[in-house]
Design a protein around this ligand. Structure first.
Ligand code: OSB
Ligand code: MG
Length: 374
């Protein structure tokens, strides 16, 4: 596979409604899209970094910089046999997993097309229908949250995740649990608590939650093992886990009983596949996390979710929950039973709406053989 060119585009996309987490609120997304051309075939990837370094260290602008100055020059013009060689080629660049993932995943899309296979099959996926949940941002009060939950359940979603933060936790979860005693319910704190809050977090045990996601510091696997020993609810790690070594450390330390895999956070499909396999060998369920992606990142999430380790519903939901018009066609749709049918045409299985992408683009850089072409 000859990597003929790599194009970076930044698109601006406005979410239908603001999304609030413990670290802030976002509505206007600045998304870096990556288009590679390999042996004449174009493949697409998305960088899932946020606009600010509040979830992890990366941002739209750090990704643009590291891609333009370090990642793309190492890849453009090269010939590779398979996209799983990419992590080794980028080994000298520390961190910047989301930037790396944008290119690696675009190469996987191209490679699957060149092999005439849907991406999910090319990756080794084993299911053609994936289970979906939703992640609900923090609300003004418990009553409005309960109303949102009801709407999502009516659409068929199989698991509801509530974002929480200090002062917006116990009563919100209690209200939802009271109204819906049987649903699969979880919470995500995005690192908003410390070990001093252990007793308070333990009070959530009474709600029979499927999991509590990343309650403590974004970089502290050890603290989570101390918390997990004190609470009944299964901890799920998100922010702490960038690679399979981290996952194995967390499993050995009993820091969590579930792991959220995000393609961007773990640097792409190669590492994601290794991680879900390692977790499966240790009996640790994984699920696919979301980063408010456009259709391109969403399509990659769908393909990844078909791998055998993904045994819990992910945060992969319909395009129309996020965007009035998505940049792929067809848009991602969810069935009445809360599933997504994995597309079976070669590559991502969704077409990129090039004209719309053009209209949304605010800057671009096209590299061929290491030089900026335009
Ligand atoms: O922690 O899972 C998270 C969104 C932005 C940053 C972090 C997270 C999230 C979500 C949204 O929970 C998931 C989605 O619907 O894409
Ligand atoms: Mg999370």
């Amino acid at each position: 596979m000859k990597i003929e060119s790599i194009a970076l585009r930044e698109v601006r996309m406005r979410l239908k409604s603001p999304f609030e987490t413990s670290f802030g609120t976002v509505q206007d997304r600045r998304i870096v899209l990556v288009e590679v051309v390999v042996d004449g075939t174009s493949g697409w990837g998305e960088v899932t970094a946020g606009e600010t370094p509040a979830y992890n260290a990366e941002t739209t602008d750090t990704a643009w910089h590291v891609l333009s100055d370090f990642i793309v020059p190492r890849l453009v013009g090269k010939s590779i046999f398979t996209s799983s060689e990419v992590p080794a080629l980028l080994n000298q660049i520390r961190g910047h997993e989301m930037a790396k993932s944008g290119v690696e995943n675009a190469l996987w899309d191209a490679e699957a097309q060149l092999s005439g296979l849907p991406l999910y099959k090319h990756l080794g996926g084993t299911t053609e229908e994936i289970a979906c949940g939703v992640s609900l941002g923090i609300r003004e009060n418990p009553a409005t949250l309960v109303k949102r939950v009801e709407e999502e359940l009516r659409s068929g979603y199989q698991r509801i995740k509530l974002k929480i933060k200090p002062g917006k936790d116990y009563e919100f979860v209690a209200a939802v649990r009271k109204e819906f005693p049987k649903i699969r319910l979880s919470v995500d704190a995005n690192s908003a608590y410390t070990l001093d809050d252990a007793t308070h977090l333990k009070s959530l045990d009474e709600f029979d939650l499927l999991m509590m996601e990343q309650p403590l510091s974004w970089d502290d696997i050890h603290a989570h093992s101390k918390l997990q020993a004190q609470i009944k609810t299964a901890i799920c790690l998100d922010e702490c886990i960038y690679n399979t070594r981290h996952a194995l450390t967390a499993i050995e330390l009993k820091s969590c009983r579930i792991i959220n895999i995000k393609l961007g956070r773990v640097s792409g499909h190669t590492e994601a596949r290794l991680m879900q396999n390692a977790c499966r060998e240790h009996g640790v369920p994984v699920w696919c996390g979301g980063m408010l992606e456009s259709g391109i990142g969403r399509a990659h999430n769908i393909a990844m979710s078909s791998l055998p380790g993904f045994s819990l519903p992910g945060d992969v939901s319909a395009s129309q929950r996020y965007w009035s018009e998505d940049i792929i066609e067809p848009a991602v749709e969810v069935t009445a039973t809360g599933t997504i049918q994995v597309p079976k045409t070669p590559g991502l299985g969704y077409a990129v709406k090039r004209e719309l992408v053009e209209r949304l683009t605010v800057r671009r850089n096209i590299f061929s053989r290491g030089r900026v072409a335009s």
